[in-house]
Write a protein that binds this ligand. Structure first.
Ligand SMILES: CC(C)(COP(=O)(O)OP(=O)(O)OC[C@H]1O[C@@H](n2cnc3c(N)ncnc32)[C@H](O)[C@@H]1OP(=O)(O)O)[C@@H](O)C(=O)NCCC(=O)NCCS
Length: 210
């Protein structure tokens, strides 16, 4: 569909949001891009309040999450209004199904019969195996590989270069560390890392960049 003047609203204005803007410009050079951020308000950035006012007044616009951190993504989604954009870099290979609000970065592969729920981010060179299901708001890190017939529940974070063996369940909110080799089911909200991956000790109150 040709929608030259409908703006894309990207939530956030950090590095990841700017990356998404760059992919989008490759696909739709004509459409305006507006960042939505609580703090900054300038030429190409509006507050959440202003964004909601515009959309609720019936102004046209599509929206997308612009953060790679699950916790921030969840908060942003609560403020975002439909319709949602879906952005697939032209070099990505999509053989499965992807939900609204997904971002698929350069050279990512979504294998046949894989299914991504809404607002999933699949980063550079990552592979989602055949028949695998990825839950809403999950983030699949660059160069990671998820085997076939896996289930990643809602809000799972897979770090850069991690590998997940086929037919595993990664329960909601789990974090898989960068470079991990996951060979067993992973508990909800747990953090696993290493080769083979083991659960890390919880450290209450620790601020983590995720
Ligand atoms: C697993 C992870 C979430 C842990 O974060 P954290 O709780 O802040 O952990 P810390 O950095 O304090 O490290 C705690 C210990 O775990 C080790 N560790 C951290 N990450 C590890 C990993 N991925 N694999 C193996 N060991 C790891 C640290 O070396 C440290 O060991 P030490 O106590 O012996 O010094 C984080 O390291 C990680 O892998 N994040 C993903 C990053 C990523 O992929 N980013 C992609 C950006 S696109």
């Amino acid at each position: 569909m040709n929608m030259p003047s409908i703006p894309l609203y990207i939530f956030g204005s950090s590095g990841h949001a700017r990356e998404i803007a760059a992919y989008f410009r490759l696909l739709n050079a004509q459409r305006p891009i507006i960042f939505v951020d609580q703090k900054v308000e300038s030429g190409d950035c509006v507050s959440v309040h202003e964004y909601r006012r515009r959309i609720q007044n019936g102004e046209p616009g599509e929206s997308i999450l612009g953060s790679g951190r699950c916790e921030v993504r969840r908060r942003m989604l609560a403020e975002m209004l439909p319709p949602y954009a879906t952005i697939v870099h032209p070099s990505a290979v999509i053989l499965g199904e992807i939900g609204p609000g997904c971002v698929i970065a350069p050279n990512a592969v979504i294998a046949p019969n894989a299914r991504l729920d809404g607002h999933v981010l699949v980063n550079y060179n990552a592979t989602v195996g055949h028949d695998t299901r990825v839950g809403m708001l999950s983030v699949i890190g660059p160069t990671s590989a998820i085997g076939g017939f896996c289930i990643l529940e809602e809000g799972v974070y897979v770090g850069a270069g991690a590998v997940i063996r086929e037919r595993l369940i990664i329960h909601a909110g789990a974090i898989v560390g960068m470079g991990a080799v996951v060979t067993r089911e992973t508990l909800a909200n747990s953090i696993v890392a290493g080769v083979p991956a083991r659960e890390m000790e919880p450290r209450p109150g620790k601020r983590r960049w995720l």
